[in-house]
Design a protein around this ligand. Sequence first.
Ligand code: MLT
Length: 309
Amino acid sequence: VSFAAGMAGAQTYPERPINLVVPFAAGGPSDAIGRLVGQSMSGTLGQQLIVESVGGAGGTLGAARVAHADPDGYTLLIAHVSLAAGASLYPNLTYDTATAFAPVGMINQGPMVLLARKDFDAKDAGDLIQKMRDGGEDISLGHAGVGSNSHLCAVLLQEAMGAKFTLAAYQGTGPAMNDLMAGTIDVMCDQSTTSIPQIQGGTVKGYAVTSAERMEALKDLPTMQETGLDGFDFTIWHGLYAPAGTPSEIVNALNAALQVALDDQKIRDRFAAVGTSTLPADQRSPEAHDAKLQLEIKTWQQLLGTNAQ
Ligand code: MLT
């Protein structure tokens, strides 16, 4: 693309539909958040954001797809903590996580929930944790691939409980949730966004939240800390990304559309109902989210070690 053509593109952007890559299977939290925010952004931008599911390898296949796409604003990524953690867990990534993306902005942050199949015999969180400790490898835990939030939560739980479970990898927590509902796996740690509807529907049981504070939308559930897992505190986030090199006019146009979505009371109410929230406006700029991503890459490197898989 010549400089002149690039400028013209930025001025008339967007002229055609935009691909929004969701790096996990349909039916999971990334898909749900992506569709909700994407629908609002489509209205603001006057072009459809079309969700493309590219699951696998803990979100890194979808991230690679966007890292190598043309930086023209027509291929975007919704990603979360796994984008940062993947830098330490996958030795053969085809992109450098710290430099391959132009962050558009942070979308939301929220806790995860420890869930069990509905016929698991545990009367409360303390009882479940005791049974998980005692059961060890007899306990099957579903997750969305190495480095996904649900996997990182499992790693933190194993460490905090001093136990090792039998981990089952899926392409997203959508399909893992289906197996939890069917009772073919015992437990899972999933984001509140998809956990709360299932807990309320009685298809799975919720036991404890991963954040340091209780969650307004599930007030009855204790925190992990309350149940004796000292210091346990895991809050996840989602952000929106374009490939590095995307003109700043385009990144800013996308950020402006994202802000409209995040300030929409209907979306804020939907977020609140499923236990997640937007951030203050000053933390949602492209610059602020880039700083957050860089910090998270370092944090997970310290926690996991380089190529700790
Ligand atoms: C999903 O959409 O399946 C989740 O975000 C995966 C995860 O990180 O646990």
